[in-house]
Design a protein around this ligand. Sequence first.
Ligand SMILES: [Zn+2]
Length: 248
Amino acid sequence: MKIKIVSLVAIVLAIISGQVLASNSLSVIKGASTADRTPAWYSMEWATGSKHSPEFELLDTESALGRYAPMTKTITMKDLIKFHGHACDGLVQAAAALRVALTELYPAGIIDRTELRILSKNGPCFMDAAAYLTGGRINFGTLDVDNKLGASWVVQRISDGKAVKVSRRDGVFPKDLADLEKKVRAGKATPEEITITRDLAWDFSKDLLSHPLTDSFSVEELANFEFPKSEYARVGERGDILHKNDPY
Ligand SMILES: [Zn+2]
């Protein structure tokens, strides 16, 4: 009864604000009020305040054995940074790229985090964004590594097989940052150069978010894409989406 009242209140509020949206066959209410865009010591103003800072309306289930939730939640760059641990150009690039890919898969705006799988290069920043934004996980065979991808990602919707590849355009990554990163990785940089690397990465990130994201990333559909079979020995089945379509 409590759930019914909550749902009813949410639906009435959504109708008043004109936010009832259709996703798949169910009516889902956009939960835009959940967005956290306030700057913090770890999340600079530009992360969520730039003109093209990516945001994501995500649909999940409402409990471990539950049905689809009646509302979405908004993920901002601040949420991504908090999950990942730091603001970095890798996270910003991955979020921007996945914004472009997910717009291709979900033009209506609501991303269904119960039916996606993703391939990414094995970097902490790229993989964290991939997992967080799609719900893909190594242990369920829905997140995997493909180091040949470089600065590209492949996202596939499991329900209908539609797959897209999103790639950073040539010339987008600054050469001075690439050179310095190489020096830092090789252990040959001074402390000052490590600070400059951080600052250049933030400048690049800020700049990336000041242009339309499609300026920096292109997306293409992959016909008949076959997601690689997981090589993880203890891969299991995700139980928290099995009853998503059960009736209320
Ligand atoms: Zn990072």
